[in-house]
Design a protein around this ligand. Structure first.
Ligand code: C2O
Ligand code: CU
Ligand code: CU
Length: 487
């Protein structure tokens, strides 16, 4: 009896000990970094600019959604999705005032959607979960570009499938121009001194194919240990100008990046999601959660090589969550190689512009959104048949978003751009001073912003608001609002 008890006690001790060691090993292995491991062997791909066709004063853009194979790891092939190609899609570009039409043909054998993230447009053209494109079908939304110059993007938004569809490779940039921005003398030669950077993390199998498995304990879903920029693994880019603008897009499913240069040089942040800031912000890091964009301008010296890196992001979670949500991870993203001679450029100076007024004093009401668990807003999961919020056109509102889970989330609103009033109990930090459509919401904190709904009423077609951590969105952390006339 004694002996049996002793055996039991020893046995339990061994199991617990092994568990603790295993747990520790797992905790340790959850930290991911490629810093120092890359050779920067591959020239960065620049997504081609899609030339529109002109028809009756309209700009027509043709996108064909297709499956294919891409070398995500050089020399190995992966089955992927893309638009007009095997992986990612071309960059679309239009100017304020343009009448655009998108012709999106789905040659995949699955239904999907294409959403224009950051675009102010009628809800029926938005490409959210209701605007499905069946296999073989072509969807042709159109609208007039009526918002300031900005870096937007497009990606699938099929309910419950967004994470997989984006992960397979469907995403691209949508750059908007306007006269004011064009007159500022900012670097704007696409792919030359104005470089799009679509940053994604992937898990890749040994044979180079996409691994769809989830991290065992990850609170935010799939985190990869390989980085692709514009679909290029281990990339470098050559530059020939002193001053270069980088358009950063976090098109990852779940990963938050904290981007800066390996030598800690500072840069000018000139734009965020919704367009130019009023004045450039001199920073050393810019943190981007999934869906967020930033434009920065940095200065280089002839002949130098400098690495663009993602440092450990500040997720403001407890240490356990931080580890499994990527808070301890760091990645080299891209090596920038400056030519021996660089075209000179004056510094970015002064005002970039004046933001359209969004006056909190005019707000007619405050709405509250509570992000809870990994799947709910205000205690509810997304229901395609339920309208969660009804907004009256021509009103300004304050939206207050609270993250009451211990998990990282962010918050994205379709159709509009907002200005942050209060961020985690303080005035917004420099990188959140401009127009935003997606914002990180730290655990147990609140973000308040002011937003205006100016037009495009339609009681039947809703817009979405949701967490842009795609697994959370797919699980139901999403809601719908309609914009309606006053009566
Ligand atoms: Cu980037 Cu609702 O989407
Ligand atoms: Cu969106
Ligand atoms: Cu979330």
């Amino acid at each position: 009896m004694r002996r049996a008890l002793l055996t039991l006690v020893v046995g339990v001790a061994i199991v617990l000990g092994a568990g603790a060691i295993g747990g520790f090993a797992y905790y340790s292995s959850a930290r991911t970094s490629n810093v120092g491991d890359l050779d920067f062997a591959n020239e960065l791909a620049i997504p081609p600019l899609l030339q529109p066709r002109e028809e009756d004063g309209r700009k027509i853009f043709d996108l064909t959604l297709q499956s294919g194979t891409a070398e995500l790891l050089p020399g190995k092939s992966a089955e992927t999705w893309g638009a007009n190609g095997a992986y990612l899609g071309p960059t679309l570009r239009a100017s304020r005032g343009d009448d655009v039409q998108l012709r999106v043909r789905n040659t995949l054998d699955e239904t999907t959607t294409i959403h224009w993230h950051g675009m102010h447009l009628p809800a029926a053209a938005d490409g959210g979960p209701h605007q499905t494109i069946a296999p073989g079908a072509t969807w042709t939304p159109g609208w007039e570009i009526d918002q300031p110059a900005a870096t937007l993007w497009y990606h699938p938004h099929l309910h419950r499938e967004t994470a997989d569809h984006v992960y397979r490779g469907l995403a691209g940039m949508f750059i908007l121009d306007d006269e004011r921005a064009a007159g500022l003398g900012l670097p704007d030669d696409y792919g030359v001194d104005d470089i799009p950077l679509i940053v994604q993390d992937k898990r890749l199998d040994d044979d180079g194919s996409l691994d769809f498995s989830q991290g065992l304990i990850s609170p935010t879903g799939r985190l990869g240990d390989e980085i692709l920029v514009n679909g290029t693994h281990d990339p470098y880019v050559e530059i020939r100008h002193e001053l270069v603008r980088l358009r950063l897009l976090n098109a990852s499913n779940a990963r938050v990046y904290n981007i800066g240069f390996a030598d800690d040089r500072r840069f000018d942040l000139i734009a965020t999601d919704g367009g130019l800031l009023e004045t450039p912000q001199r920073l050393g890091r810019i943190q981007l959660s999934p869906g967020e964009r930033a434009e920065l301008v940095a200065r280089f010296r002839p002949g130098e090589r400098v690495v663009l890196r993602s440092f450990e992001p500040d997720l403001a979670t407890d240490f356990f969550q931080a580890r499994f949500a990527g808070g301890d991870d760091s990645f080299d993203l891209l090596q920038i190689r400056a030519a021996p001679e660089l075209a000179p450029a004056p510094a970015v100076r002064g005002r970039l512009g004046t933001l359209e007024p969004l006056d909190a004093a005019e707000a007619s009401r405050t709405r509250h959104f509570e992000l809870s668990g990994n799947a709910q807003i205000n205690g509810k999961r997304m229901d395609m048949d339920r309208i969660d919020e009804v907004v009256t056109v021509d009103t300004t509102e304050i939206w207050e978003v609270r993250n009451s889970s211990g998990t990282p989330h962010n918050f994205h609103v379709h159709d509009v751009r907002f200005r942050i009033l209060e961020y985690a109990g303080s005035a917004p930090p420099p990188h959140l001073l401009g127009l935003k459509d997606t914002v990180y919401v730290p655990p147990d904190e609140t973000v308040r912003f002011v937003v205006r709904f100016s037009d495009y009423t339609n009681p039947h077609h809703p817009y979405m608001f949701h967490c842009h951590v795609l697994q959370h969105e797919d699980r139901g952390m999403m809601g719908q609002f309609v914009v309606v006339d006053r009566d």
